[in-house]
Design a protein around this ligand. Structure first.
Ligand code: DOR
Ligand code: ZN
Length: 348
């Protein structure tokens, strides 16, 4: 078949980790979040964070108001855990049917996480409640211990925090979010069926040399930070293998151009202009397009205990170029892979 006629149809994917921000930003971020996806797990690191069910439901209303009429996409809300999150809030979240997880940010680990968790022991009863109702704990897995090198924060977190947590709560469903290292891949593969991991397009497509050799590229700066090539290769292998423990989570995280191209630039890559195509690019390079549906559309719902989407998307082999920037409120946003040529395009 001629390349230009090549098509790939898969069950509609979901994005199990994304940032939409709030208010005016939603006019841009929500329509792009709907592009090619059926559902999205909405990160709660707003200012102030989404720490209660009531706040999550109000935030959901603001998101729903920005979904294009033609879209059937739905936002799956998440609670932001603090030292004070009570078991009662977990039961309320479960009963609400609107909340699909609680996010553990070690305090200060990343953007807007200052009021995150300082001591896991304070949440023993809360994690027990999550185990009881089967709620997913989404973890930003980086150590915030003083002196730990930024490139080692993920493996140190696994050793010192995650392993004891999994031992203490063996039934707790855990998604280690946006994994970046071979250590995480191996850890997840060797765990029982409660521990899964999501993988972003930036960690599949790039490594720290792409970010730092020949000049610093602030639009590739995200947290956890890009690692060396050996780790990138292990993520590619995990994602394209079809292993059910790994699924799609873009961590698409908008910051305006001026906040990225800055003496103290913000962490986050905005990938929603071309998210599914960026993944397709990698799977195609590895001759693994037959595994894209497992990674993007099946492994995530299986872990969350949700049905697959009942519609499909089609990607066609067609060269196109990711825009250099888009308008974002009264400023601009530079997407992940700006000006990069892609070989696959979503048929809208
Ligand atoms: O790069 C990141 N950006 N990592 C995170 O964990 C948070 C996110 C954001 O909210 O901008
Ligand atoms: Zn994130």
């Amino acid at each position: 078949m001629a390349d230009s006629q090549k098509k790939l149809t898969i069950i509609k994917p979901d994005d199990w980790h994304l940032h939409l921000r709030d208010h005016n930003a939603l006019r841009t971020t929500v329509p792009f979040a709907c592009r090619g996806f059926g559902r999205g797990i909405i990160m709660p690191n707003l200012v102030p964070p989404v720490v209660t069910v009531d706040l999550a439901i109000k935030y959901k209303q603001r998101i729903l108001a920005n979904i294009p009429d033609s879209s059937s996409w739905s936002p799956l809300m998440v609670l932001f855990l603090t030292d004070l999150t009570s078991p009662e809030e977990i039961y309320k979240a479960h009963d609400s049917k609107a909340i699909f997880g609680a996010k553990l940010y070690p305090a200060g680990a990343t953007t807007n996480s200052e009021t995150g968790v300082t001591d896991l022991r304070k949440l023993t009863k809360t994690f027990e409640a999550m185990e009881e109702v089967g709620m997913v704990l989404q973890i930003h897995g980086e150590s915030t211990e003083k002196g730990v090198d930024i490139f080692d924060r993920e493996p140190v977190f696994i050793e010192k925090t995650l392993k004891p947590l999994v031992e203490k709560f063996p039934e707790l469903k855990i998604s280690l979010e946006h994994i970046t290292t071979l250590d995480s891949v191996e850890y997840i593969m060797n765990q029982s069926d409660t521990v899964y991991g999501s993988i972003t397009p930036q960690h599949l497509l790039f490594n720290r040399n792409d970010m730092l050799v020949g000049g610093i590229r602030p639009h590739l700066f995200c947290l956890p930070i890009l690692k060396r090539e050996r780790h990138q290769q292990s993520l590619i292998k995990a994602a394209t293998s079809g292993n059910k423990k790994f699924f799609l989570g873009t961590d698409s995280a908008p910051h305006s151009k001026d906040k990225k191209e800055n003496a103290c630039g913000c962490a986050g890559c905005y990938s929603h202009l071309s998210a599914i195509e960026l993944y397709a690019e990698i799977f195609d390079q590895l001759n693994s397009l037959d595994q894209l549906e497992n990674f993007a559309s099946k492994n995530g719902p299986d872990f969350y205990g949700l049905p697959y989407n009942d519609s499909f998307i089609t990607l066609k082999k067609h060269k196109w170029t990711i825009p250099s920037s888009i308008k974002y409120m009264d400023t601009t946003l530079v997407p992940l892979g700006a000006d990069m040529q892609l070989n696959w395009q979503l048929v809208q």
